[in-house]
Write a protein that binds this ligand. Structure first.
Ligand code: FES
Ligand SMILES: [Fe+2]
Length: 453
C-alpha cells in the first residue's frame, strides 16, 4: 500500500520515536540579531570575530592519519595565523608556524615527515616537541637561545579521525565545546574514514556567505534540482536541530525522491542503482516512491552480514538519510547513509579581506575491507584510495570542484555583491532557515562574551 503524502512528510524523529540519533532538540529562544550587509563587508566586524570568536573555537586542522608517525607534520592557516601540526613522542603537537628568532614562517611545505624543522633565514632548528636544538653562533647571544627558546604552542586533540585545535588556552576544552555533537559524531564511527579529495578555494565572499548556505534546505529545489531525485527536501520533512554552543543539525530523508520531483511515476537512475545494489527490483517501486526508504532500511539490515558490513552501531535513519551538522562556526559535515561518505565543507576567514574567504572541501570515504575503489551513486563517481592525494588550491573560477558543490560555491559571489548594496537592508528568513539565524545569534554571543567562556 502506497504511503500517503502525510505519511511521507514525517521527520526522522517522528518516524523513529525514541531513536537517540534523531531525537529532536528543544527549540531555543532565538536572539534574532539583524543579518545586515555590514556583517559580511566590514573590517570592524571581521576584527571582532577574530578577537572574540575564532581564537576561542575548536577547529579541525586535518586528518589524524596525516600525523600517524613521529615526525609526520602538516601545516594550515587560520586567518593570518600560520599553524604547524606535528606528531611528537606523545601525540600531536600544535605550534604557531613561526620562528622565534625574528618571526619568519618556519615550515613552508604543506605536509611531510621530518625529524626537525630548520628556519630558512638564519638556520635555527627546532625538534618535534618545539624545543630549539640548534642556533648559529649561539655564543653570540646574551643568553644561549637553546636553553630557553621553544615554539609557541596551543592545544590539540584527536577525535573522530580528525586533528582538532583551539588557539586560546582559556577557552573551554573540546568536549565542552562539542557538547551534544560529540555523541552524535561518535555514533557514526568515523575513525576509519580516508580522505580522497582535498580542495581549498579562495572565494570572493565573506566566510559567512558560504556557511549560511549549508544551514538550510530551502535552496535545494532551485539551486540543486537534481537532488530532488534522492532527498525529500519538502519543508515538513526536513528536521532542524539547534544545540547549545551554536552547533546545529539538519536531517534530510534520503533514498526518498522529493514529493516535488516529477514525474512521480518514474525512478531516477541514482535510486535505481541504490535498489539494484541491494538486490531490490526497482520496477516494483516505480510509483511507490515513499516506500523505497523503509524497504532499503529493512534490506540493508537483513543483508548486512552477507555483504560483510556491520550496521549494528547505526540507526535505521542512519542507513538512508543525510545528516548535515554545522560545527560552530563554519564547519559543515555532511554525513551520507551508512557513514560511507562524509563531506567536510568549511569556510575560513581570509587573513585581511572581509570580502574573501577560504573554502575547504574534503571527501572522506570508508572503503570496504580489502577494497581500494568505491562507486558513489550520489555523485556518480568512483573514488579511489590513494595515500598521496593532491591538495588542490586555486581561486574561484579557475577550476571546477564538483558539479553539486559548484552550484553552492557559484552563488556565493552573487550574494556577496548584494551585501555591499544600499538596496539590501537585512535578511528575511523563513522557519526552515532558522539555522542561519542561530549561527548569527551565536557569533554575536561570542563577540559579547556570552559564549565560549
Ligand atoms: S628568523 Fe628564523 S632563524 Fe632567523
Ligand atoms: Fe546547496
Amino acid at each position: 500500500m502506497s504511503l500517503t503524502m502525510e505519511e511521507r512528510n514525517i521527520t526522522p524523529s517522528e518516524a523513529y520515536p525514541g531513536d537517540k540519533t534523531t531525537t529532536k532538540a528543544a527549540e531555543p529562544e532565538l536572539l534574532k540579531v539583524e543579518i545586515t550587509g555590514d556583517r559580511y563587508t566590514s573590517k570592524e566586524f571581521k576584527d571582532q570575530e577574530w578577537a572574540h570568536m575564532w581564537r576561542r573555537v575548536w577547529m579541525i586542522a586535518g586528518m589524524a592519519d596525516d600525523c600517524a608517525e613521529p615526525g609526520d607534520f602538516f601545516t594550515c592557516d587560520l586567518g593570518h595565523e600560520p599553524l604547524l601540526f606535528v606528531r611528537g613522542k606523545d601525540g600531536i603537537n600544535g605550534f604557531y608556524n613561526i620562528c622565534q628568532h625574528r618571526g619568519a614562517k618556519l615550515v613552508l611545505q604543506d605536509k611531510g615527515t621530518m625529524d626537525s624543522f630548520s628556519c630558512i633565514y638564519h638556520g635555527w632548528k627546532y625538534g618535534l616537541e618545539g624545543e630549539l636544538v640548534e642556533a648559529q653562533d649561539r655564543d653570540d647571544f646574551e643568553r644561549d637561545p637553546c636553553e630557553h627558546v621553544r615554539l609557541a604552542d596551543f592545544r590539540t586533540e584527536i577525535f573522530a579521525g580528525f586533528v582538532w585545535y583551539c588557539l586560546d588556552d582559556d577557552a573551554p576544552g573540546l568536549d565542552d565545546f562539542l557538547g551534544d555533537m560529540k555523541e552524535q559524531l561518535e555514533s557514526w564511527q568515523l575513525n576509519d574514514g580516508f580522505r580522497v579529495e582535498h580542495f581549498t578555494v579562495e572565494l570572493p565572499c565573506n566566510w559567512k556567505v558560504v556557511i549560511d548556505n549549508f544551514q538550510e534546505g530551502y535552496h535545494i529545489r532551485t539551486l540543486h534540482p537534481q537532488l530532488m531525485e534522492t532527498v525529500n527536501e519538502n519543508k515538513e520533512s526536513v528536521q532542524y536541530d539547534l544545540y547549545d554552543g551554536g552547533h546545529s543539525r539538519m536531517i534530510l530523508l534520503g533514498c526518498d525522491p522529493s514529493p516535488n520531483f516529477q514525474p512521480q511515476n518514474t525512478l531516477p537512475d541514482s535510486i535505481t542503482h541504490m535498489l539494484t545494489k541491494w538486490d531490490i527490483n526497482p520496477e516494483e517501486y516505480k510509483d511507490r516512491h515513499g516506500e523505497i526508504r523503509p524497504a532499503l532500511q529493512q534490506t540493508k539490515r537483513e543483508k548486512s552480514a552477507e555483504r560483510g558490513k556491520d550496521f549494528s552501531h547505526l540507526s535505521d535513519a542512519q542507513l538512508t538519510d543525510n545528516f548535515l551538522y554545522d560545527l560552530f562556526p563554519s564547519c559543515a559535515l555532511s554525513v551520507y547513509p551508512e557513514g560511507e561518505y562524509v563531506w567536510l565543507l568549511r569556510s575560513r576567514p581570509h587573513p585581511d579581506d572581509p570580502e574573501k574567504c577560504l573554502f575547504d572541501y574534503w571527501t572522506i570515504a570508508k572503503f570496504p575491507e580489502g577494497e581500494d575503489t568505491l562507486y558513489w551513486e550520489h555523485m556518480d563517481m568512483t573514488l579511489t584510495r590513494d595515500a598521496e592525494i593532491e591538495h588542490k588550491q586555486f581561486k574561484w573560477g579557475e577550476e571546477s570542484i564538483s558539479f553539486g558543490i559548484d552550484q553552492d560555491v557559484d552563488i556565493a559571489p552573487i550574494v556577496q555583491q548584494g551585501m555591499r548594496s544600499h538596496g539590501f537592508k537585512k535578511a528575511i528568513l523563513c522557519h526552515q532557515e532558522r539555522r542561519v539565524q542561530f549561527l548569527h545569534d551565536n557569533i554575536d554571543r561570542y563577540i559579547k562574551g556570552d559564549l565560549g567562556r
